[in-house]
Design a protein around this ligand. Structure first.
Ligand SMILES: [Zn+2]
Length: 67
């Protein structure tokens, strides 16, 4: 699962999704970023795929073409 946590000193852990294909990051700079499940749901709405890999919309599109 390609997610990492950006820890800001004095703040809550902040989740970031990373594309397994190109490495681009999906982050939400509101309360969504504090909750991994909410962040994943938000990313899926933005066109990301999260199963079986984390892929940004661009890589997800090329994955469909390849399949
Ligand atoms: Zn990508």
């Amino acid at each position: 699962m390609a997610s990492r946590i950006s820890q800001i000193p004095g703040d809550l852990p902040f989740h970031i999704l990373e594309c397994d294909g190109c490495g681009s990051a999906y982050e939400c700079f509101d309360a969504t970023g504090y909750d991994l499940d909410a962040l994943v749901a938000s990313a899926r709405e933005a066109g990301w795929t999260t199963q079986p890999h984390h892929h940004c919309p661009r890589c997800a599109a090329s994955e469909l073409v390849a399949a």
